[in-house]
Design a protein around this ligand. Sequence first.
Ligand code: ADE
Length: 226
Amino acid sequence: MRIDIITVLPELLQNFTQESIVGRAQRKGLVEIHVHNLRDYSTDKWRRVDDYPFGGFAGMVMQCEPIDRCISKLMAERKYDEIIFTTPDGEQFDQPMANTLSLAENLIILCGHYKGIDYRIREHLITKEVSIGDYVLTGGELAAAVMTDAIVRIVPGVIGDEQSALSDSFQDNLLAAPVYTRPAEYKGWKVPDVLLSGHEAKIKEWELNQSYERTKRLRPDLLEKK
Ligand code: ADE
């Protein structure tokens, strides 16, 4: 899988794409993440990519040309499953969307900035508009990082234990059960006895009960989706 991220702040994403599980997935050859500096596609001598909005509104708007030049270059090189724009008025990102996008071969994520982008880009080039939540960020870079992280970690082979990604919270609309590690007792705080019992069936039953109980208490809305 390949993800191309288009941004005016490439440095913000450089570390993220090289570190941790996403970085390791790239070194293993399972995913490729390419960060493109939108300013490299500006024809302006000051490398500007934004301008004042028509109609006298406040703020700056990202121009069509640099975005079109960058996306067109990428599209000439390979076929993309989706060209995503990060925006607070987009479709809400969630686990089912991450699952679907993780099956894609090639994705472009265009990070929004300033007041927005020239609407013609959204009408003519973007295939999917995505929000990571009902709040406004200063730019789409963190949204692109959140989406990339959630998508990449479920690509087969990225997380060593295949079962681990499937048993995440939200994969079956249930929150995950609590987990514990050694020591079995710390400052008098005890690990539930059943986990030390070695009784596999009982442990499974405990895990499922905990999942249901936590979901009912913390996110009852998820049970309605089941
Ligand atoms: N850009 C600004 N706010 C955003 C949000 N909540 N989701 C995605 N992109 C954004």
